[in-house]
Design a protein around this ligand. Structure first.
Ligand code: MG
Length: 273
């Protein structure tokens, strides 16, 4: 069985050189490129990212496409701010996601990934239908560009994501599976969640963390190996399901400690690949 590749998520921002060089300096072969500001989807960045990914020999597995407006990562403000759920931001965000797909297509990157928000658990909730309609619009655009659209796990239970995929009925849909997020949001045990959405996994974040301990705040993210994700069980199960994509390390801090934690993640994941 072929080995999985490691990667890291890096932000595009206004310094493409810094982002791609960071992947290279970490001696990782792949990355997901995150971009929250559609203003960074420029021709100049397409040119630069192409040139830099060649220079540093870094493959880009996905464009992690963010969107304008507020996103508050907790249980109180989150449902009314994140993703395609808030009506106020929906149109702009659909546009931003389409721009993300255009950017990916121009770079020859096969997928985009995003957080769609706290999609209602109740399929009869009118917001569910609204989010689905917005997603249909985004996904139809992705399809025209031959780009797969992937839901990053987090705000939804696995079964909600499964239902969305079924209801959208397109072939180029998948999951950017962040095992830590399922824990931080208290939505599922990631190993078991693979029973529900495992066959749709197209990307994976190698991140770790703890369950919430109050009803307002997410659980705490942690260095890989320190949290509740059982990687020695999770990764073989992923491989058994046929997953052959990248394991993209994500550590939500910056500075020297982040680099130390990424190195530790590489050491722990290496024997599991
Ligand atoms: Mg993630």
């Amino acid at each position: 069985m072929s080995k999985l590749k490691l990667g890291v998520i890096v932000g595009l921002g206004d310094n493409a050189e810094e982002a791609l060089k960071k992947v290279h300096d970490l001696a990782l072969p792949t990355c997901q490129l995150a971009c929250w500001q559609p203003m960074h989807y420029t021709r100049e960045n397409i040119r630069k990212v192409r040139m830099l990914s060649d220079r540093y020999r870094v493959g880009i597995s996905s464009i992690w496409a963010g969107y304008p407006g507020p996103a508050v990562w907790n249980f109180i403000e989150g449902p009314s701010t994140i993703g395609l759920v808030p009506r106020k931001w929906r149109k702009l965000r659909v546009q931003a996601l389409k721009q993300g797909a255009d950017f990916a297509a121009a770079l020859g990157v096969p997928t985009i990934s995003t957080h769609c928000g706290f999609i209602p658990e109740n399929p009869k909730d009118p917001v569910y239908g609204e989010v689905l309609a917005a997603l249909k619009d985004v996904v139809a655009h992705c399809r025209r560009k031959k780009i797969a659209f992937t839901f990053e796990t987090g705000q939804e239970t696995p079964v909600v994501l499964l239902r969305c995929i079924e209801d959208l009925g397109y072939d180029m849909l998948g999951i950017n599976f962040d095992p830590a997020n399922l824990i931080l949001y208290g939505k599922a045990n990631p190993v078991d969640a693979l029973d529900v959405i495992g066959k749709y996994v197209m990307g994976v974040h190698a991140k770790d963390g703890f369950y919430p301990t109050n009803g307002r705040e997410l659980g705490k993210e942690a260095a890989l190996g320190d949290g509740k994700v059982n990687f020695p069980v999770f990764i073989p199960k992923l491989k058994k399901l046929g997953y052959r994509g990248a394991l993209t390390i994500e550590r939500e801090i910056s500075g020297p400690q982040q680099i130390k934690d990424i190195d530790k993640a590489k050491r722990l994941l290496g024997p599991l690949l």
